[in-house]
Every structure is written in C-alpha cells, then in structure tokens.
Design a protein around this ligand. Sequence first.
Ligand code: AP5
Length: 192
Amino acid sequence: MVVTGIPGVGKTTVLNELQDLAKQNKFDLVVLNFGTVMNEVMRELGKDLHRDDMRKQNIEVQKKAQELAASEIANRSGHGTTVVDTHMFIRSVSGLWAGLPQNVLTRLNPRLFVLVEADPEQIAARRRSDSDRKRERTMAEDIMFDLQWSRATAAASAVSTGAPVKVIRNDAGRQKQAAQELFQAIRSVMED
Ligand code: AP5
C-alpha cells in the first residue's frame, strides 16, 4: 500500500492513528516512511542531511537514493501489510519530480494508492504550525496546484500498475475518521 499526500496535509498523523487501529484489531501492519529510509540511504552515500534538504540536492543524487530506498523498503516488507508513507511528487531543484517513477513502482509493487487531502487553507495553516520543519511558505493557490498534480500523478500510477486510487480527506480534527476510512480501504484490498 502506498499512502501519499502533499507536505503538511497530515498523512503521518493519519498513519499514526492507523497503526493504533491496526494494533486494536490485531491486524499485522507496518508503516515505513520513504523519506526516513531515503535519509538513511543518503547518509550511507556520504550526505548527512536534514530530511527537508534532500529535495534540494542534485536530481541524479536523489534518483540514486530513491531507487536504493525503494529496494530497501521492499526488503524490509514482511508477511503482513506494509504501508509506505511517501509522495506522488517532489518539488525538486529541477522541477516536479515523480516520487513513484516506474523503477520505484516495480520494486514496491503496490496494491493500493491513497491520496490524503485537505482544504488548501488548512494545509497552509498546518505548514505554518510545524516549527520543527523547514516547510515552504506556500499560498493556497499553489497548494491547489499541488493537490491537482498529485491526482494527475496518481492517475498515471494507477494506469501503469492496475492498482486503484483512494482519496481520503483529513479535515480539521478528523484524523481518526480518516484513519478509519484508510483502515477499511486497506482491509478490503487485502481480503480480495
Ligand atoms: P516526509 O517526511 O514525507 O515529509 P513531509 O511531506 O513533510 O511529510 P510530513 O510527514 O512531515 O508531513 P505530513 O503531511 O505527513 O503532515 P503531519 O502528519 O506531520 O518526506 C521528507 C522528504 O523525503 C521529502 O521532502 C522528499 O525529499 C523525500 N521523499 C519522500 N518520499 C520520496 C520519494 N518517493 N521519492 C523521493 N523522495 C522522497 O501533519 C502536519 C501538521 O498538521 C501537524 O502539526 C499535525 O498535528 C497537523 N494535523 C494533521 N492532521 C490534522 C487534522 N486532521 N486536524 C488538525 N491538524 C492536523
């Protein structure tokens, strides 16, 4: 399973709730954060960076780390359900760059794509409140563009893999409901 959302939409918050739900229901589920694994890979490549500085690196360096991270995540996937916390695209120094290009999709082989979404104004406010992160100050119009680009990229990923796309809203204060919806979607795919 691949869960994506633009920075600040709250996907990690929803995934924390999902892990609690899985535990309560004795459902074997592991969440792996692509950015964390990529950060470890970059460190092994000699680049010890803050996670928000990875996207500012030369694109060829990022591509190499991305592919190695995808292989590492595939290796770490066990018998249960693996959920990968990642992005449909990254605002890199060279432009909008796919988080899940074909070589990554082949390694991850996802059965479901999830897009976590919220209103642009709420995403902007969440970004402002995250003082420990180096988040871009973005206008609601730019956030709207990013939400649309994520959907377009998800459509391309769905066509290339045959896996469905589920859109989940993470509205203010409703992260538990979003996690519940996500849990149901994952269970229904796993039961197929
Ligand atoms: P990553 O770690 O995924 O960074 P991010 O996008 O900034 O994600 P976060 O987890 O920090 O934000 P979030 O949207 O999950 O929001 P959060 O839950 O914190 O990726 C880091 C880097 O790794 C990327 O920049 C890229 O360089 C690289 N990377 C990753 N995947 C890659 C790939 N496939 N290929 C190449 N590079 C890749 O919530 C934000 C705030 O909102 C919090 O304060 C929270 O409390 C609040 N909040 C959340 N939900 C709600 C709610 N319902 N109501 C009210 N407040 C809420």
